[in-house]
Ligand binder design. Structure first.
Ligand code: GLU
Length: 461
């Protein structure tokens, strides 16, 4: 039975790199009929905040990644971690270390002076035939894991292939602080074990933690999960995505008017592919997804492609849903839609023309109130002559019994013939006069939606 997890630390917002990690873990579980677990890694009491936990839960909900178990909180599992620490002490796989900060600093300075890599010299590590000094009075020790002294730790990474570390590169890791609280790498190990995680799919910033975690799992006689480390997502300049330069939080994407399904589709393509397929839903993704097809090298965020994808999803989205999604933006911009055409009908007409929801919200205003036209548009399209012509066209519109895009359209040809003008000489002035902009969808459809009375009022007003 496949079990995967997403294990974010609640120390900020939900990063889109985190969403991609969650997506791949989720897809792997879904594909194999397995279980996807959400675990909140909040052991860092100083940096973890309830707001950040909320941002993670809201973000998961917004993108629509559903989990089967959790959220589990590490802070609620301290008793269990302490129990396992006792177990490791009892089996001789861990030991108390009474080194003071000052001693460790002196050791580090000494090693650096000799040009050596600074590391703990295992002075409190019990060994056969070694006599330890008596524990200093009144000092609360840390607990260190007794890392093997030689040999290698290796695993076949499901994404990156074989990875090996020599044990000589690894320190005796602190697993409990002087106050008894467990440390990060240790909690991850106990959780992955207790939660029966079969596949640890996470960012490759954790590759260096993996050999330490494997050694602890081995000391506990726990089964080893498969590890798959996902390469980073870089920005368009090939740099690590940063909050300062790039949109990195899920909330940023919601604010930019991105649809969650577009974000997931795009993230799925970052570092994974199925031929040239760009546009696919999550059902299709789950069917296609394999860890072997995940690329071992970083991928770059391509904004143009991303917006193109979002535009496809906007075109395909239900009009009433889109109307609901832009309602708040319209209210904020003081666009009152209560007296005009149904917003979903307006959305149906303009959604082909936009790439995000903000642009969609900005395109619907003139259906409810005429825009103040730009001076250049007025000069170009509404000379005195053409304005007079528009008033003549208003007469024909006024005479219409049925007010539909078709019946309005039927007026165009005869009117242009009578006036000796081309269609553009009718359409553009009409747009500017009625809408206040020359950039609109098909003018007959626009007029039909705005309504006869309002169109005539705007033309004659
Ligand atoms: N809590 C870690 C993070 O947010 C993830 C740990 C893991 O997946 O093992 O980066």
């Amino acid at each position: 039975m496949i079990r995967t997890r997403f294990a974010p630390s609640p120390t900020g917002f939900l990063h889109i790199g985190g969403v991609r990690t969650a997506l791949f873990s989720w897809a792997f579980a879904r594909k194999h009929g397995g279980t996807f677990v959400l675990r909140i890694e909040d052991t860092d009491l100083e940096r973890s905040t309830p707001e950040s936990v909320k941002a993670i839960l809201d973000g998961m909900h917004w993108v629509g990644l559903d989990y089967d178990e959790g959220p589990f909180y590490q802070t609620q599992r301290f008793d269990r971690y302490k129990e396992v620490i006792q177990q490791l002490l009892a089996s001789g796989h861990a030991y108390p270390c009474y080194c003071s900060k000052e001693e460790l600093e002196a050791l580090r300075a000494e090693q650096e002076a000799k040009g050596e890599k600074p590391r703990y010299d295992r002075r409190w590590r019990p060994e056969a035939g070694k006599t330890l000094p008596p524990p200093p009075a009144g000092v609360q020790p840390v607990i260190r894991f007794k890392n093997p002294l030689d040999g290698v730790v290796a695993w076949d990474d499901a994404v990156k292939g074989r990875i090996e570390f020599a044990n000589t590169e690894l320190d005796d890791l602190i697993i409990a602080r002087p106050d008894g609280s467990p440390t990060y790498n240790f909690c991850v190990v106990v959780d992955d074990w207790d939660m029966n995680i079969t596949h640890v799919i996470r960012g490759d910033d954790h590759v260096n933690n993996t050999p330490r975690q494997i050694n602890i799992l081995k000391a506990l006689n726990a089964p080893l999960p498969v590890y798959g480390h996902l390469p980073m997502i870089l920005n368009e300049d090939g740099q690590k995505m940063s909050k300062r330069r790039d949109a990195v939080s899920v909330v940023d994407y919601a604010d930019k008017g991105i649809l969650p399904e577009a974000l997931l589709n795009y993230l799925a393509r970052l570092g994974w592919g199925h031929g040239d397929d760009e546009l696919f839903d999550m059902k299709q993704f789950v069917e296609w997804f394999t860890l072997e097809a995940v690329s071992g090298s970083p991928s770059r965020f391509n904004h143009e492609k991303f917006l193109w994808l979002n535009a496809q999803y906007i075109k395909a989205a239900d009009n009433a849903r889109l109307a609901g999604l832009i309602a708040g933006r319209l209210a904020a911009a003081n666009v009152d839609t209560s007296a005009g055409p149904a917003l979903s009908d307006v959305v149906a007409l303009v959604k082909e023309r936009v790439q995000d929801l903000n642009a969609l919200a900005q395109e619907v205003d003139y259906f409810y109130a005429k825009r103040e036209p730009a001076a250049a548009d007025v000069e170009k399209h509404l000379s005195a002559d053409s304005h007079a012509r528009m008033l003549r066209f208003a007469e024909r519109l006024a005479a219409l019994d049925s007010w539909t895009a078709e019946s309005i359209h039927e007026l165009f040809k005869p009117f242009c013939a009578d006036e000796g003008i081309k269609m553009g000489q009718l359409g553009m002035p009409l747009r500017v006069l009625v809408c206040g902009t020359a950039q609109t969808p098909s003018v007959d459809a626009v007029l039909a939606l705005i309504g006869k009375e309002e169109v005539l009022r705007r033309m004659r007003g």
